[in-house]
Write a protein that binds this ligand. Sequence first.
Ligand code: 13P
Ligand code: SF4
Length: 331
Amino acid sequence: MTSSSTESTGLPADWAEEVRRLARERDAVILAHNYQLPEIQDIADHVGDSLALSRAAAAVDASTIVFCGVHFMAETAKILSYDKTVLIPDERAGCSLADTITADQLRAWKAEHPGAVVVSYVNTTAAVKAETDVCCTSSNAVDVVASIDPDTEILFCPDQFLGAHVQRITGRTNMHIWMGECHVHAGINGADLRAKVEADPEAELFIHPECGCATSALYLAGAGVVPAERTKILSTSGMVTAAQQTTASKVLVATETGMLHQLRKANPLVIFEPVNRAAVCKYMKMITPEKLLRSLRTMTDEVTVPADVAERARRSVERMIAIGTPSRTAE
Ligand code: 13P
Ligand code: SF4
């Protein structure tokens, strides 16, 4: 290790300047999801949720996009900016939720429900998006489903908890839901939530709709255990907006813990506490400063999507981008 390296990793002390210098040299823009390591969020040009980053990817002028997030997100950037080079600092950064449905499984499901409209959460592979009519994210899933003719059947995949949330809000009965889940969010359960709420009865609650506890949160609110007006089911960027606006002194946060960095920046006066400290997405955390540096130096790992798949997937993603309220990116 040289004297200009940090103690444990061999990362140069000036790594952040080096990333910025290489990004300029490569004509690259750096996008980071809200669950990334704090140092990755802080160096990115845009930080946001899936929808905001899809929008940013579609709008950038730079010839290269370095996507600090998981693989399906980088694929979405490639689908939307096909002529650009899209890099992910570690192509092994997958998603347990996206892995719960394949294109073959979706085709078989569609064959059982001819005429149904397929709504896929953006946490899916490009091949699944190519079989989809319209994609959605956690911030516009309700708007997407509400935009579909009420008499038309819907196949909603892959997240069962988001599906249940959308069904509850829209009151839709002709909606079939795929039983997929994210291992991180499914692990934030009703018992964790109840214990936290009982210990902190005055706190506000921010809950991502992928959580296993989202159903419990609404049940507990209905039962008066948690106050309905202080229980908010939000996408990751919805949480940032709510953090800026809250008057509570403490907020309990039910999502991946990387989210706490943006929330604390958005409102340093509030205490943001995770409902489950172990809710860490190992895939999101595969993107490190070392790998970001390597990615910019060597222009790897490049994300590719076959042209025919990208073309079909683009239609469903562009429909998603056109629907729903804009979500925020931090710059
Ligand atoms: P958002 O769309 O809210 O950013 O969530 C993406 C995700 O992967 C949640 O686990
Ligand atoms: Fe996928 Fe869950 Fe990680 Fe989000 S938190 S990227 S849904 S594994």
